[in-house]
Design a protein around this ligand. Structure first.
Ligand code: IMP
Ligand code: MG
Length: 196
């Protein structure tokens, strides 16, 4: 029904080098597509008759944002924020600096935060506090992936995609050193990728 314009070409033009770096696929392209449709149907039902502001955190959330925005039938606007965590590069400290803020006021709006992955949950819990201070009518969260660590921080996620093990993953927006975001599935990298 919604076939890509050039299915064969785009298949052939997949970055073969990136695929070769993948050790295992944790969530397939098909599973992601089904989940997006399922989440969108729930959101459509819950917000029927209302308009929502999708707030995505750059850059990881761009794929979920783009797919979700197309799957929803209720009217949505798309906003992006960019944040940076202070502290070590590999683990989130929960202390966040805004690099790019929303372009609009969200007071009295229904806000849906769109997240790629919740790891420690610290970034998201900071973000929710920040957004609530702007007096929106409501704030909920949709996240495609969640790791077990997220249980340590109380972050209410209304719409959850997949619970995955505590491993580093790439693809569907997620990067390692800014690469692999364009992979259409979520997977782990071969160990040798990290050592080169
Ligand atoms: P946290 O929930 O504050 O620990 O941080 C979540 C953010 O860290 C996500 O939005 C991602 O940008 C990044 N992140 C966490 N786990 C992974 C992973 O497995 N691969 C790539 N990025 C990750
Ligand atoms: Mg993120």
């Amino acid at each position: 029904m919604t076939a890509p314009l050039l299915p064969m070409e785009s298949e052939a033009e997949q970055p073969a080098d990136l695929h070769r770096d993948v050790e295992a696929v944790l969530v397939s392209q098909q599973q992601i597509a089904e989940k997006v449709a399922e989440l969108a149907a729930k959101i459509d039902a819950d917000y029927a008759g209302r308009e929502i502001v999708l707030v995505g955190v750059l850059k990881g959330a761009v794929m979920v944002m783009a797919d979700l925005a197309r799957a929803l039938t209720i009217p949505v606007s798309m906003e992006f924020m960019a944040v940076s965590s202070y502290g070590s590069a590999t683990s989130s400290s929960g202390v966040v600096r805004i690099l790019k803020d929303l372009d609009r006021d969200i007071a009295d709006c229904h806000v849906l935060v769109v997240e790629d992955i919740i790891d420690s949950g610290l970034t998201l819990s900071w973000l929710l506090r920040n957004l609530r201070a702007r007096h929106p009518a409501s704030v909920e969260v949709v996240a495609m992936l969640r790791k077990p660590e997220a249980a340590q921080v109380q972050v209410p996620v209304a719409y959850m995609g997949f619970d995955i093990p505590s491993v580093f993953v790439v693809g569907y927006g997620l990067d390692y050193a800014q690469r692999y975001r364009g992979l259409p599935y979520v997977g782990t990298l071969r160990p040798e990728v990290y050592s080169t």
